[in-house]
Structures are given as C-alpha cells and as structure tokens.
Design a protein around this ligand. Structure first.
Ligand code: ASP
Length: 439
C-alpha cells in the first residue's frame, strides 16, 4: 500500500485537482490524503475570528465569498450537469453548516468544526471528480479513524485498528481518499492535528497500514540544500535520513511538517517528497539509511527570542539548571537551543506567549536578559564521517557575522548558530558559497 498526500496548492484549483487525478491513476493500491484547497483554512480561521468577536456581518460576508469561490471550482471541475449539481449541493450543505454557527454561541468546539470543512470539501469534490471520470475510489472519513488522546497526541493503536477496519469494509477497492489534518479528540469531538497537519496525517496513516512508501506531494522538487526563497542556486537533495529531515523541518524548511517524521521513522517507512508540477523529478527520499555523508543542507528559523540567566549561585552549584527548566515546563514553552557557562545559561524559545511570566520567575535565580528578532541558522548533515574540519568550514564562512549562540555536539546531525535576523540573509548566502559552491 502507498500513501500519497497532496497539499493545498496541489489541489488549489480545478485544474490542479485534475492533474492529481492523473497522478494517482496507477495500478498500485493506495490511500490519497488531501489538504484543504489553498487559502481555505486561512479563510476559515478568519471566519472563526469574526465569530469570536461577534462580528456576524463580516463573518457572513467572508463565508459568502468563500462559497462563491467553491461554486466556481465546481463549474470548472465537472463536465456533466449531474456532477455539477452534485458538486453545488455538496457546497451548499457545507456552507449552510458553517452559516449555522453564526447564530449561536461560538467556542473552540465550533471553531474546530468550522476548520474541518476545508478538507471535507476538497476530498468530496475530488471523489466526485473521480466518479465522473469512471475512476473507482472509496472515500473514507478521517473522523472515523484519526484520533488524538487527552494530551493531543495521536492515539496510534486506535488509528491502526479503526483504519484497518475501514479498509476491510472495502476489500476490493484499490484507491482510497481521505482527509488530512482533521481528527476527533478523546471526547469524540471534531479536532485537528494543528496547522499544516496533513503531512502528519499521511505519516500516521502510512505507519498504521505499514505502507511501502509515504509520498508527500508539494510544488517544489523536495528538500533543497538551502532556502530557495532567500538564496540563489539552491539544489534539491536526493536523500536525507529521518534525523536530518526532522532537524531541517523543525528549523525552518517549510516543505515538511516536523511532526510527520517520527511515525514514519518508527515504522521504518520511507518518505518521498515529490513535486506535482514536475512529477518526473525524483524528489527527496527520507529513510533510515543515507549514502551521502557530510554537510547537506542549511535552514533558518525566525522569530527567536534568547533569554540569558546570569547567577553567582550557579557557580559550583547543582540543581540550578533543573530549576530553570522547570519554569519553562510550567509554562509549556519549549526550548530550542541551550548554552551554558559556569555562571550563566542562555536558552532560546520561539513561543513568547508566556515570556513575561517566565522572565518574572527566572528573576528569582539571577539577572535576566532578553534579546528578540533573532534567527537560528541550522546546518544539517551526517557529521560522523566528517568529524574533523566541518566546524572550521562553518565558522570560517561566518567570520564576518556576529554570532549570539552556538549549539554544537547535541547530535551528529546539526550545528546551530543564533544570529540577529537582519544578518540572516548574508549568513545563509555565505554558508552556501563556502559549503556547497567551493569546487
Ligand atoms: N489545511 C490545513 C492547514 O492549512 C492542514 C494542511 O494543509 O496541512 O493548515
């Protein structure tokens, strides 16, 4: 079984949906996981924001606009009157459902129900399109098998059991369509795997059915060796290990959701990143074994805040770090980078929701300094084989860039440096030149 996930831009218009239909019309048995059409989830988030603020008029206007877009998609997607009517009926039923939320109390529960409509619409339209074109498929609702537990973590045994059950109901079917992103929580309410979560759905589904391969289809030829939006002459990478892909995804490469690496890694299922605009390209294969060693890629993550805690009490003391980390734990704020000296510890965070509370608590232990508008530059590769010399290469490339923090030795796959965001572009470019264009 193959699992193929198509992101929002890949199903972003009637024309793109038709392309996807061509790509999946192959003999292998497969589950196709779809995102909402591009822009839809953002629009639904906006609608929910208006409803929270009780701005019903603005919400209705936005709902009507979105509904109109879908009506146009239907006109373009279907050839026959029967399917156009079917499509329009589907759209009005989903939009009537959304409109019903303008009349009542609006809570997180209603918001999640609204956010789920994007994936429901894209999958149902796609399913109808296949039907109109005589491509037999089965639509399996993700809400029947995708579930998170009370901590918001996927309930993998439930997912496996229920998904197997759904598939068994349609033993003769070769092609299954389902929604990414959406799920139910432990109370059975509609929930989701957080923004960009369709990749995570695909990985969980792949692990649950022990797929031979999970393919993530986007509109770029796989992971690039640097950020193509900032640096010229970046190249797609043929292969990465799961650990390298996880570092890159976490530290800024937008192509893959960071959570989606773990389920595939644990189940040892290769993940292939493919380009819908260029399906012939091999893309990037992510698996447990990689042939290429050395430095492979560079990524950057913005909006980083650094916090330095300086304390005489840290000198020769034990238990100091535990106390500091407990404060971050209390506020459920995760730390990305850490460096320590004998009298100070610096950490970085990207979620500043509780920054003021954290600073207040940290002040009990010493003086606290906060720096904002920083970026983590992350250099990823397999450094075991090249353990001598790569640090020199990295730091000589950065000789003219002020470095705020360095994290080195935490894993064999990552060297991270913290710079001010205004220096990021130059840092990425000079690293690229030195590391990848030297010969
Ligand atoms: N539609 C969802 C979002 O925009 C999930 C996804 O596309 O992966 O976040």
């Amino acid at each position: 079984m193959l699992v193929l996930k198509f992101g929002g831009t890949s199903v972003g218009s009637a024309a793109r949906m038709k392309e996807v239909a061509k790509l999946i019309n192959t003999p292998e048995r497969k589950i196709v996981v779809l995102s909402a059409m591009t822009g839809t989830t953002n629009s639904l988030v906006e609608i929910a924001a208006y409803l929270y603020k009780k701005n019903i008029e603005a919400a209705i206007e936005k709902i009507k606009l979105l509904e109109k877009n879908y009506q146009l998609v239907v006109e373009e997607l279907f050839e026959t009157k029967t399917f156009r009517e079917k499509g329009l009926e589907l759209i009005s039923s989903h939009f009537n459902y959304i409109k019903a939320f303008t009349q009542d109390m609006f809570t997180l529960f209603e918001e999640k129900a609204i956010l789920a409509q994007g994936e429901m619409l894209s999958t149902a339209l796609f399913y109808f399109y296949l039907e109109e074109n005589h491509i037999q498929s089965t639509l399996i609702p993700a809400l029947n098998f995708m579930r998170i537990d009370e901590d918001g973590e996927p309930n993998t045994s439930f997912i496996k059991e229920q998904l197997q059950h759904e598939l068994a109901l349609h033993n003769a079917s070769n092609l299954f369509i389902t929604q990414g992103f959406i799920c139910r929580n432990t109370f059975g309410e509609i929930d989701n795997l957080k923004r960009g979560g369709s990749d995570y759905s695909a990985s969980l589904i792949g692990a649950a059915v022990e797929a031979t391969e999970i393919q993530i289809w986007t509109d770029i030829d796989g992971f690039h060796n640097n950020d193509p939006r900032i640096v010229e002459n970046t190249k797609p990478l043929a292969g990465l290990s799961f650990d390298e892909a996880a570092e890159l995804a976490y530290f800024g490469a937008k192509i893959l959701h960071p959570s989606s690496v773990l389920p595939a890694k644990l189940a040892n299922i290769p993940v292939r990143l493919k380009n819908t605009m260029n399906p012939g390209a091999t893309g990037t294969i992510i698996c447990n074994e990689t042939k290429n060693k050395g430095i492979k890629a560079i990524a950057a993550k913005d909006n980083i805040t650094a916090i330095k805690i300086k304390s005489g009490r840290m000198l020769l003391a034990h238990g100091f770090l535990r106390k500091v980390f407990e404060i971050f734990e209390t506020y459920k704020t995760s730390i990305d980078m850490i460096t320590t000296s004998e009298v100070a510890v610096s950490v970085t965070i990207d979620d500043t929701k509780f920054l003021n509370e954290i600073i207040l608590d940290l002040k009990k232990f010493g003086t606290v300094e906060v720096d904002t508008a920083l970026s983590i530059i992350c250099i990823v590769g397999d450094f075991i084989a090249e353990s001598k010399g790569y640090a020199l290469k990295i730091f000589s490339a950065l000789e003219n860039i002020p470095i705020r923090m360095i994290s080195y030795g935490g894993s064999f796959h990552n060297v991270s440096v913290l710079v001010t965001t205004s220096d990021k572009k130059e840092a990425l470019e000079t690293l690229h030149k030195t590391l990848f264009e030297h010969d």
